[in-house]
Design a protein around this ligand. Structure first.
Ligand SMILES: [Zn+2]
Length: 429
């Protein structure tokens, strides 16, 4: 019989809420094997825990800090190579760099090779779950879900109007793909209108209906930049059934897209009424600070997400990298950007403790996994990463110190992850 218990000697940081995390120094992280892999059995000071397990395997990581793997709740895996391209504005960057690049994924061979490479990149930054945008090509969903290690959902972007030649599909083609991929992947599938301008409302309506029937998720972009909103409203007001629409959220509402399994990327420029609609329908916002950051910081300069107003309205939200609108894949970058941009704007409450919670537990909750993963709790799946343990008396101090070496002006992603474990097995080192 193989070992039942595996015990790591390390420091442990566990997110609890927006304002609370628990830091245990010199801890024992006890894993227990069951049919589906290792689960977390017990965490506590090693002194009191070790005597209870005399014959178990000990793994010494005493200079390391264990924390849950990240959930990145909005990223485009097919945009890895355009994340550092010049970004003057969202709509220009899309047509100039992003769309031509996504066309390459038509090749199944190219897609498969890229997926293998990207899977390693995700693990190297400690991401073990999230919500993925693929290209319009169905196989790019399969390649992501078959290769990426962790708890992911994914969807092919739907582009049935105002889309470039080579990256557009008929309504029928779009619906056929939703039909087959939602049947194949069920609740790991996300019906994914790219955004309202590129996806015909009839496709959104039929797709949302099908996604809800199959228990799949829905994801799209909402109110990222101001000229995008003008562009969307001008377009939709000329369409039948949308003549009286006066906001972006209402377009999605009319198409049946909103709901508790729907994730809206960005949601920066929303009115009070729109936030109320999102709250009422339990729709989630994926906030992508590195992507929204000023152009000089390699973002798209879309604006600062008002998390306070969002929370006050009762809207669920989680953090995300938005690769390639976002320049960096690492959620450490995302957390740092969230903290620094809000500090600069003198907004209080944007702590690292909050950023950590919104990068782990909040994402797991969106995917319906809050009782299984996203934190280091007894009974949870053993999904965690190791980073060099920073100094600090409180979790906030430790997290701040962990981010300190990272300069704002850089080309490369923050990478401090030395190992990643999924279901207790090492998947990156
Ligand atoms: Zn995006």
């Amino acid at each position: 019989m193989s070992t039942v218990y595996k015990i790591f000697l390390c420091d442990v940081l566990n997110p609890v809420t927006d304002t609370k995390a628990k830091l245990t120094r010199q801890a024992a992280l006890v894993l227990k094997r069951n049919k589906s892999g290792f689960k977390i059995h017990e965490i506590g000071p090693s002194k009191t825990i070790l005597p209870k397990y005399p014959n178990s395997v000990l793994v010494d990581r005493s200079s390391m800090l264990a924390m849950p793997g990240f959930f990145d709740m909005h990223f485009h895996w097919v945009q890895d190579d355009v994340r550092l391209m010049p970004k003057d504005s969202l709509l220009e960057w899309l047509s100039k760099y992003t769309w031509p690049y996504e066309m390459k994924f038509k090749s199944k061979k190219y897609s498969k090779e890229k997926a293998k490479k990207f899977s390693k990149e995700l693990l190297s930054v400690g991401t073990l779950g999230g919500a993925i945008y693929a290209s319009i090509h169905g196989h790019t969903v399969d390649d992501a879900l078959e290769n990426f290690v962790g708890d992911y959902i994914a969807g092919n972007v739907l582009m049935t109007m105002n889309s470039p030649k080579g990256l557009s599909q008929t309504r029928e083609q779009a619906l056929t793909l939703i039909e087959s991929l939602s049947a194949k992947w069920g609740n790991a599938y996300a019906m994914t209108p790219r955004f309202a301008p590129t996806t015909h409302p009839d496709v959104m309506k039929a797709g949302a209906w099908l996604a809800k029937k199959r228990g799949s998720f829905i994801q799209t972009h909402l109110s990222e930049s101001e000229n995008e909103i003008d562009y969307v409203l001008e377009m939709y007001k000329q369409m039948e059934g949308f003549e009286n629409t006066d906001n972006y959220t209402d377009i999605y509402r009319k198409c049946g897209v909103l709901g508790s399994k729907t994730i809206m990327g960005h949601g920066i420029h929303l009115s009070k009424g729109e936030l109320e609609t999102l709250a009422k329908t339990k729709t989630v916002i994926a906030h992508c600070p590195t992507s929204n950051a000023p152009v000089k910081d390699k973002g798209l300069g879309s604006g600062l997400f008002d998390f306070k107003k969002t929370e006050k309205a009762g809207v669920r939200w989680a953090l995300a990298s938005d690769i390639g609108g976002g320049p960096f894949l690492s959620m450490f970058d995302v957390m740092q950007s969230f903290v620094q941009q809000n500090a600069k704007a003198k907004v209080k409450g944007a702590t690292y403790t909050k950023a950590l919670y919104r990068s782990t537990r909040a994402g797991a909750e969106v995917l319906g996994l809050s009782k299984k993963t996203g934190a280091l709790e007894e009974g949870f799946n053993a999904n965690f990463i190791f980073v060099p343990s920073p100094k600090g008396k409180t979790p906030e101090e430790a997290l701040t110190n962990l981010h300190k070496p990272f300069k704002a002006k850089r080309e490369k992603s923050l990478s401090v992850v030395s190992e990643a474990y999924f279901n207790g097995e090492v998947v990156y080192s």
